[in-house]
Design a protein around this ligand. Sequence first.
Ligand code: ATP
Length: 460
Amino acid sequence: MRIKISQITTSDIGKELTVKGWIKTSRFSKNFGFVEINDGSQFNNFQVIVSEDLKNFEDASKLATTGASVSVSGKLVASPGKGQAFEMQAKTFDIIGLCDPETYPLQKKKHTLEFLRTIAHLRPRTNTIGAIARVRNALAWATHEFFQKRGFIYVNTPIITGSDCEGAGEMFRVSTLDAKNPPLIDGKVDFSQDYFGKETFLTVSGQLNGECYALALSDIYTFGPTFRGENSNTSRHLSEFWMIEPEMAFAELSDDMECAQSYLKHCVKTALEKCPQDMEFFDKFVEPGLIKRLQHVIESPFEHLTYTHAIDILKKAPKKFDYPVSWGIDLQSEHEKYIVEEHCKKPVILTNYPKEIKAFYMKEDADGKTVAAMDTLVAGVGEILGGSQREDNLDLLTKKMDHLGLNKENYWWYLELRKYGSVPHAGFGLGFERLVVFTTGIDNIRDAIPFPRYPKHADF
Ligand code: ATP
């Protein structure tokens, strides 16, 4: 029976084991060989010693090249070399799939992450992308664990939607009409003949649907794909990303902030506990000091600032920003960076934003100028999550929608939540890939998802 490399421990020394994986490196002399194997179950490779006693030694010494897949059986022995506690003395060494060293793109030399994006089908075999995949998995685990332990119900909201949730961004159209020859009415495309009998899009957020379930099940969370068609070519934006959206009934902004802070801390802690080898690698080669930074995140309470206070801090900052600061602006990345990385030096929860720059469903504060919104900003990423207490008063919500010129008919079901048994409720949305960037220290969000989609890129 095959054993995964991550499951082998020193207590297996002396036992006969079978390991399967891909060759990372191999070195052969005339009568001896060292082969490093990895099966993706952990960062560190597994060392196999091949000796000339092996029946197929000669073949193995020629064919055991980087990238080839192998099945190896033999005795586990304590390793005299440093770097590993044990190694295997191969009794059988079978090459399952050959790998031509002339053409295999992943040779020993270091490749840039930009290059690796062009071979996204092979890049999970590299140290960096393999480690990111494992940490991403640990963060997904931590997400479910956190919310499940708190009694939240996992809800799947639709991917195809008929309403723009919040004007959050440009949407991708979903249609089965013939794009070359669509049915027209008064010179315009007649969407009543489309698949759903109306215009439909890929969702930008599951929040509005999530609210329906929170107002029945109390606490819920979603964890699913969302889509933004805006032309954002930045290291923090993807066209397809995964969002986690908790929604809590009988909850206010302070509950929302507590949940966000505890959730982020739990995720970071879990990644450090579950992926120590991967996190050490990131700490050494990707962001020196990463583990210390994350430990600080776990240990210290997040800073709380109002938007108004943050604007004051920015106005007094001893530096000039490209984008001028005044009350009412949407904070730019340079502003968020200054507040988190230079001023507070820890995650910051910014609250009470001007109502004009936030979505229609957020509850207005008593001052009539700001809303009960909260964004959490972290080093290296900027905004990692955004949330709010929702407007639960039917009159106030309809007035707000009228003021913004929103078509209430499209939101009839959302408004009925306020008509029948309305309660104060709050929630947030966190971009999962931004959490991966934050936890691993990698620079670009395009490396935080297996097959990134961004403008002009939908390969693989
Ligand atoms: P930003 O201002 O950074 O573009 P946003 O204000 O549009 O973000 P929201 O609509 O509040 O973001 O979405 C909630 C969360 O989803 C954000 O806090 C962020 O973590 C994530 N997010 C939003 N847009 C993207 C994107 N294009 N790619 C990856 N994550 C995103």
